[in-house]
Write a protein that binds this ligand. Structure first.
Ligand SMILES: [Ca+2]
Length: 312
């Protein structure tokens, strides 16, 4: 870490000089931050690598942002094809974690938005060849999934339990790589089924994923017993109770106590209420209509994505 910090400080200073920043105050402050100061600050905070950004941000948010996105940024030019910088790696997804030699299911850190922003995620390294980045998980009802737009945009829950990874992270992943999708479902009688889609993306052609509504695209369905509840809604925008982007005159998220790519309204409501099996209420549970209909709330739901390689 010390070596990394030293190099980063040196390279950042060079980068600042190269950028020929004319706002002298910003430039001088950052250039004046020596490697030792970077290390000292890191030692004080005991924060991981993104602390370099945090060090600069209070001094100069604009400069910090510019450096992060500069094509000459040291992390951009020196990262290899496995997203590693020397001994430090910034895997984009569980696929790259798998390629680093990890074969156990569990929580790992991925970097959908770049090297300064790690995100905890559960990697399924066993199912169907492994390498799956799980972005939605229900299993015991301990986490409240009836949340607003910002929560679904940013993510919530815990990576070793129930969680939603976040629409922005999913968008950034499918912006950078091609992915397939797998939905694993289980009822309270331990029956297990899945649905698989050869292509999956969220607004992957948009300049701004949120502005486009984090639009779902799936195709290439394979039936693992669950039936197909998603192909018909390919092209739908994501909706929460406070951000109605469905095609119904009603508010589907509010009416069915969930958040999803609703149309008018749904066949899948995997972020619905955790109602534990059969329920008399209509379509507001963890439902997948093609398997258990609108009156059965599933025990386990896992939505997971995996990189598709050209040789496959
Ligand atoms: Ca509506």
């Amino acid at each position: 870490m010390r070596r990394f910090a030293q190099q980063c400080s040196q390279n950042v200073a060079e980068d600042v000089n190269n950028e020929s920043l004319n706002s002298s105050l910003d430039g001088e402050v950052v250039v004046g931050l020596s490697a030792l100061e970077v290390i000292k600050k890191w030692d004080e905070t005991r924060k991981p690598i993104q602390s370099i950004s945090q060090i600069f941000s209070p001094v100069s948010p604009r400069l910090s942002r510019d450096l992060m996105f500069s094509p000459r940024h040291p992390l951009k030019s020196k990262i290899n094809s496995s997203n590693c910088l020397q001994s430090e790696c910034f895997p984009l997804s569980c696929d790259e974690i798998y390629n680093q030699g990890h074969r156990k299911n569990g929580v790992y850190q991925i970097y959908p938005a770049g090297p300064y922003t790690p995100v905890n995620v559960y990697c399924d390294m066993e199912t169907d060849g492994g390498r799956w980045t799980v972005f939605q998980k229900r299993k015991d009802g301990t986490v409240d999934f009836y949340r607003n737009w910002n929560a679904y945009k940013s993510g919530f829950g815990v990576a070793n339990g129930e969680y939603w990874l976040g629409l922005e992270s999913i968008y950034l992943l499918t912006l950078k790589r091609k992915f397939e999708l797998r939905v694993d479902l289980e009822d309270f009688e331990r029956n297990k089924v899945f649905a698989k889609y050869a292509q999956f993306s969220i607004s992957s052609m948009a300049i701004n994923g949120e502005e486009e509504g984090y639009r779902l695209f799936v195709t290439g369905f394979t039936d693992g017993g669950a039936g197909d509840a998603l192909t018909d809604i390919s092209g739908a925008n994501f909706s929460t109770y406070d951000h109605d982007q469905d095609t119904s005159s009603a508010n589907c998220a509010s009416e069915f106590s969930g958040a999803f790519w609703y149309v008018a309204c749904h066949c899948a409501n995997l972020n619905g209420r955790y109602l534990r099996g059969s329920h008399t209420s209509y379509a507001n549970g963890v439902n997948w209509c093609k398997w258990k209909g609108y009156h059965y709330s599933l025990k386990i739901s896992e939505m997971k994505m995996r990189q598709v390689h050209q040789f496959q």
